[in-house]
Every structure is written in C-alpha cells, then in structure tokens.
Design a binder for this molecule. Structure first.
Ligand code: ATP
Length: 438
C-alpha cells in the first residue's frame, strides 16, 4: 500500500491507509496503547488494541522508533477531540505494522511541547532535539526566509552567485579570520563575499548570494556565532545608498510577509505575530546619538553605537514610528571599511548604513566607491597598503558603475521573528568558540 501523509488523513476518514513516521510518545492504558506518530506533516494519535496483528510485538515499540502503521482513520468521539492538535479530531485504529528501525533509550525526553532545556543541552543533543516540533518549526521558518529572499531578488533581476570561501589572503585586512592549511600553503576562510560580489556586479549588475560567512571572533553573546549564513546582495547603476536601502527594505517586507502568510502553524508555537511596517524610518547616525543622549540620557563612548544603544534606538522607533525596523544612515568614516563611499557632502560621514530589527543590527550596507583613484586614496587615508589589495583593485581598472549592497544575517532575522534568547537556537548545528560538534 502507498504511504499517506498524516496531513492528508483528514480526507481519508473511514478508509484504510498506511502512514510512516517516528513514535513521538506512547501511553499505555491497560490493554490499549496510544501512540502518537509524527511524520514531516504532523502528528496522529494511533490506537493499538489486542486486535492489532502481532499485538505483543507492537507493545515493544518505544519513542523514536520508525514504523509503518496500517489501519483505519476514524473520527474521534466529540469529548476526546484534542483542539491543540490539527489532527486532533481523528485517530488511526492500527491493524498492521512494520518496524523500520528501533531506537535506543533516549538520553533526554524530546516529546514535550516546551523542551525547557538549558541551551548547551539543547545543542549537545542536537541530533535529537531538532526532532521536537517546536524546535523543528524554527527551521521551517528559516527555509521560508531563504526561499522568499531569493525569490524576491530574482524577481528584481538579481542573479544568484556563489563565491569562494577559501581565500589566499584576508580580504578586508581584519584580524577575524580562520586560518586553514591549504596543501603546502596557508589559506583563510571568507569573512564576507564583499570583493567577489562587487566583481560580479561588473558582469551582472545585480547579484545576490546566500552563503556561509566565517568570523574568528571569540564572542560569547546571544547574537554572534562563528559560522553564519549571510544574505548578501550588490547592485549597480544606483543613484546613492537610498536605492540600496529601498531594495533591502522591500526584500525584508517580502520575507516578513511570506513568513506571516506561509508559516502560521510554526509562528503560533512561539506566539509570534510578525508586524510589517509600511515604511522603515531612516535616521542619521548622528541623530541616533542625539536621541540616545536626549531621550535616554546615554552618552555613547567610542565611535559606534553599542548593543544597548541599538536596543534603545529600536525602542524609540517602535514608540515614535510604530516600526520594529529602522535604518541608521551616514555612519562615520572612521568606523566603515575602506570600500564604503564617503558622503560627498560631508567626508567625515559615509554612505554606509545599518538596519536594526527589534533591538539588534541585522544588516550593514551602503554605497561603495566605484572609481579606482578614489578607492586607492581612501585606502591610503585608512593606512592600508593598496598593493595588498591589487587583485581587488583590478576590478576598478575596467569600468565599474556606481553600486552598493548589503550583508544581512539570516539567523538574526529568525532570532528576532521568534524572540529566541540565543542566535544559536536559529542554527541547525551551530559553531561557536567551544563547539565544533555535533
Ligand atoms: P556586530 O556589530 O553585531 O558584531 P558586524 O558589524 O560585525 O555585526 P557585519 O560585518 O556588518 O556585522 O555583517 C553583516 C550582518 O551579518 C550583520 O548585520 C549580522 O546580521 C550578520 N552577522 C555579522 N556577524 C555575525 C556573527 N558573528 N554571527 C551572526 N551574524 C552575524
């Protein structure tokens, strides 16, 4: 008999079907055994009675065994309907079964709606904890974010590219690179696709990449990990950074709209209601400093707005503009990389921006310098040696359009949509300072 998915059982009431999946829980009620079976589409209560073929054998079944069940789909009596379960108004009366594989006794219980595990335990037993529906829901939403991002940018004429992650030199001259042995040489893991996506603009005008980004920063925060998936984009023939912000804003709205529309079941598990502002406010970096000073009595030490500052600015944006997202524009020249275009009206500032979402930066971007001489000059001003960037500079010898783009952190989007305490929950198998397994 062909397999029926659990979500399709509602249309098969009264019929004999075969379902396949994992045993989520089993409850013995005297001679009757209730087994909740999970497949990729849902969970169904299956009832085993002494009439079931090989009843004694079936009673051995334990959580996480994989099985085929064959039986009749029945409506549950009114008083036994489980409103919390999509399939709560039906059950299968099991007639026959086949054990596909057995499971050892589980080291942790993963059947509860709310696992309530310490983060390290949740990650130590990741192979198992991702089988929990609430944990699994994170990655259904994640997949929707990736799909939606790519779909939107394709619709806007962007070409998807993949750039190398093994580099001969540290691209932006920072100290945050992982070194790896590359045959007889040393290589570095890419800390951003920046230079390659700019080169690709030279051919395709508009490109995007969904790919791994490696950062060797020894962070112990709720928003950093050492390998994440960047949603990058770069576009040519822009007027200025506003065109880039417009595109990023539309991309984010598209993502949030799709998640809200297509992931209702998953969002419900987190009591998450995705709000999509009509317009993301844009304020200058210097204005943000004024707001922090005047509204919150916070003086920012150093050049950049710290995590607390980001949180307060988002609080302000929510109150003043009813928006969970806000752009900070015109970042100071001193804290932006050498390839960011200085503001033509004020060289102390740049055409660089950040996008914040519910208290955290989720994206950095801006207009790039597109002329060779200006780029060399900017490198020198930043005490960088242009010779160290000869291959990058090549791009600009052969005619580049005014262009700009962004790097957007996919996991931070999920973390903020669902209100996850740590970004590590938003990654299937996260890598942090201490963790290289599972
Ligand atoms: P932060 O100031 O929060 O450390 P950053 O300025 O180093 O971030 P960028 O280099 O501008 O970040 O990277 C672009 C985006 O990539 C960020 O806005 C964020 O969404 C994501 N990102 C950067 N670093 C990390 C990280 N270590 N872990 C997860 N996501 C990150």
């Amino acid at each position: 008999m062909e397999r029926t998915l659990i979500a399709d059982c509602a249309e098969r009431i009264g019929e004999t079907v075969k379902i396949s999946g994992w045993v989520k829980t089993r409850r013995d009620h005297g001679k009757i055994v209730f087994i909740d079976l999970r497949d990729r589409t849902g969970v169904l209560q299956c009832v085993v009675t002494p009439d079931t073929e090989n009843y004694e054998e079936l009673k051995r079944i334990r959580p996480q065994w994989t099985v085929d069940f064959q039986g009749i789909i029945k409506k549950r009596p009114e008083k036994l309907i489980n409103q919390d379960l999509k399939t709560g108004s039906m059950e299968m009366e099991v007639k026959e079964f086949k054990i596909l594989s057995e499971a050892q006794e589980l080291p942790i219980d993963i059947s509860a709606d709310e696992l309530g595990l310490h983060l390290e335990t949740l990650l130590d037993f990741r192979n198992l904890t991702i089988r929990n529906e609430k944990v699994g829901a994170i990655f259904k939403i994640y997949a929707e974010v990736l799909r939606s991002y790519a779909e939107y940018l394709r619709s806007q004429g962007f070409v998807e590219i993949k750039t190398p992650k093994l580099l001969s030199a540290s691209t932006e001259g920072g100290a945050e690179f992982f070194k790896v042995k590359y045959f007889e040489r040393e290589a570095f893991l890419a800390q951003s696709p920046q230079f390659y996506k700019q080169a690709a603009v030279g051919s395709f005008e508009r490109v995007f990449e969904i790919g791994p980004v490696f950062r060797a920063e020894p962070h112990f925060t709720s928003r950093h990990i050492n390998e994440f998936i960047g949603l990058d984009a770069e576009m040519g023939f822009i007027h200025d950074s506003n065109d880039v912000m417009d595109m990023l804003e539309e991309s984010m709205k598209h993502i949030l709209t799709d998640v809200k529309k297509n992931c209702q079941d998953s969002l419900k598990l987190y009591n998450s209601d995705v709000e999509i502002p009509e317009k993301f406010p844009r304020i200058r970096f210097s204005e943000a400093l004024d707001i922090l000073r005047k509204e919150f009595g916070k003086e920012i030490e150093g050049n950049d707005i710290n995590p607390e500052g980001e949180r307060l600015i988002c609080q302000w944006a929510k109150k003043k503009h009813g928006s969970d997202l806000i752009f900070l524009t015109n970042y100071p020249w001193t804290i932006r990389p050498m390839y960011i275009m200085p503001d033509p009206e004020n060289p102390r500032e740049t055409m660089g921006f950040d996008l914040l979402y519910k208290g955290v930066e989720i994206s950095s971007g801006g207009q790039r310098i597109h002329q060779y001489e200006q780029l060399v000059e900017n490198m020198k001003k930043k005490n960088l040696n242009p010779e160290d960037f000869s291959s990058y500079l090549e791009i600009f010898r052969y005619g580049m359009p005014p262009h700009g783009g962004w790097g957007l952190g996919s996991e931070r989007i999920i973390q903020k949509i669902l209100g996850l305490k740590s970004i590590k929950e938003a990654i299937l198998f996260p890598r942090d300072v201490r963790r290289l397994t599972p």
